[in-house]
Design a binder for this molecule. Structure first.
Ligand code: FEO
Length: 405
């Protein structure tokens, strides 16, 4: 990858994780990769905003990109740590060993984390406060405290001269960014939809838990005349920066308000007796004009189920009893949804049982404090009869009416 010029003396220095076996945060699949973006400002003081992860050949690639801007590691005067998480700072320990003059600018909450993760002491650190400014010569930076997007120490850096917001994880997405792409001004409408879709999955996987903080952060930057958004993952939003801000505002709003009038249906089945319900459920929803996205566990990764469920007003869980409890892969999915503080959902559950039930009791116990409105359930012993199909169709129809109410 080469350094990519965003504006005079401002560059994107980025790498892509493209190993299909690599899981982001050790959990989330990356079939389309992900970019890790840092930014360089050349001025009387040379500044890096964030760094890179110390994996693969990223440090070498990063150093080569500094060379594209006629700089080396030793020429950097300041590293602004917008976000401490090691995908952005993993190389900082070695970087500081090679460059003894560079000073780290970060929030107060980042200080103990820098010590714990990187062994960097307070002597190399300048703590920034909310609204503090820093003149570099031709550019002036301002720092904004935006905690919990995505860790408690996160800040955003505002380049006032050009109207560029270096936003950290906020407004980021999954998806590698090819060398000839970089910004939304250089992509097709299809590719724009791709990055927006990957932003939704990224949001649900990484940021959703902190949605209240996302809304506060968006309010904080609302008064800025933002011309370019430079996130730490994904493309630079240069042509329509407001688009990704509005998408994040919408996604964060699902954390405290209703989702879209649609249903996410998640099903799992041992011998096909619960699977038989899937067609009946989707027919009943579509008969009422309600969009439904269907996921099969354990085949479908929870990463995608989270992204769909986060946006849906209605959730249907269709799974059998297993060892007197819920089908285990479904219990895992529900646990993940609850860990992301997914609330304000209308929910229906159904499934088959054998010699005795138990899944429904387990389901109700697990979701007791979820904030979900459990709108109904239906169970059958063994294989579904025609009467079971009829009853389920009626109950799902009633549920559908509540989803769109
Ligand atoms: Fe991209 Fe929260 O780190």
């Amino acid at each position: 990858m080469n350094a990519q010029k965003i504006a005079d003396d401002i560059y994107r220095i980025a790498v892509n994780i493209e190993d299909r076996d690599y899981r982001f945060e050790g959990i989330w699949p990356l079939p389309n990769g992900i970019s890790i973006n840092a930014y360089l400002i050349r001025d009387e003081k040379n500044v890096l905003i964030d760094l890179t992860q110390d994996i693969m050949d990223f440090p070498r690639d990063f150093s080569a990109q500094l060379g594209d801007a006629s700089l080396s590691v030793e020429d950097i005067d300041i590293v602004v740590v917008n976000h401490m998480e090691p995908d952005h700072t993993g190389w900082l320990r070695e970087f500081c060993a090679r460059n003894s003059k560079a000073v780290i600018y970060c929030s107060e909450k980042a200080v103990p984390l820098l010590a714990a993760f990187m062994g960097i002491g307070a002597g190399r650190i300048v703590v920034v406060t909310d609204g503090m400014t820093l003149s570099l010569g031709r550019h002036e930076l301002q720092f904004f405290s935006t905690p919990n997007i995505h860790w408690p120490e996160t800040i955003m850096t505002w380049e006032r001269t050009r109207g560029i917001l270096f936003s950290g994880d906020a407004f980021g997405s999954y998806g590698s960014v090819p060398a000839d792409v970089m910004s939304d001004g250089r992509i097709t409408a299809e590719r724009r939809r791709f990055y927006l879709d990957e932003a939704r999955r990224y949001y649900a996987n990484i940021v959703a838990t902190f949605s209240a903080s996302v809304l506060k952060g968006i309010e904080k930057i609302a008064r800025l005349d933002i011309r370019i958004i430079c996130p730490s993952h994904g493309i630079v939003w240069q042509e329509r920066p407001g688009e990704i801000v509005e998408e994040y505002r919408r996604l964060a709003g699902y954390g405290s308000g209703p989702g879209e009038r649609e249903v996410t249906l998640v099903w799992g089945s041992m011998y096909g007796n619960t699977e038989k319900a899937v067609g009946t459920i989707t027919d009943a929803l579509r008969a009422r004009g309600i969009p439904v996205r269907v996921f099969h566990v354990p085949a479908d990764d929870v990463s995608y189920i989270l992204a769909s469920a986060w946006r849906s007003n209605g959730l249907i869980f269709c799974m059998p009893t297993y060892d007197y409890q819920m089908f285990p892969p479904m219990a895992h999915v529900i646990d993940e949804l609850l860990r992301k503080r997914m609330r304000n959902k209308k929910v229906f559950r159904c499934g088959s049982y054998g010699w005795v039930g138990g899944a429904q009791k387990d389901f109700l116990a697990m979701t007791e404090k979820s904030g979900w409105e459990i709108c109904g359930s239906y169970e059958w012993k063994g294989a579904m009869t025609g009467q079971d199909h009829g009853t389920l169709r009626r109950l799902v129809g009633e549920f559908a009416d509540r989803v769109i109410a």
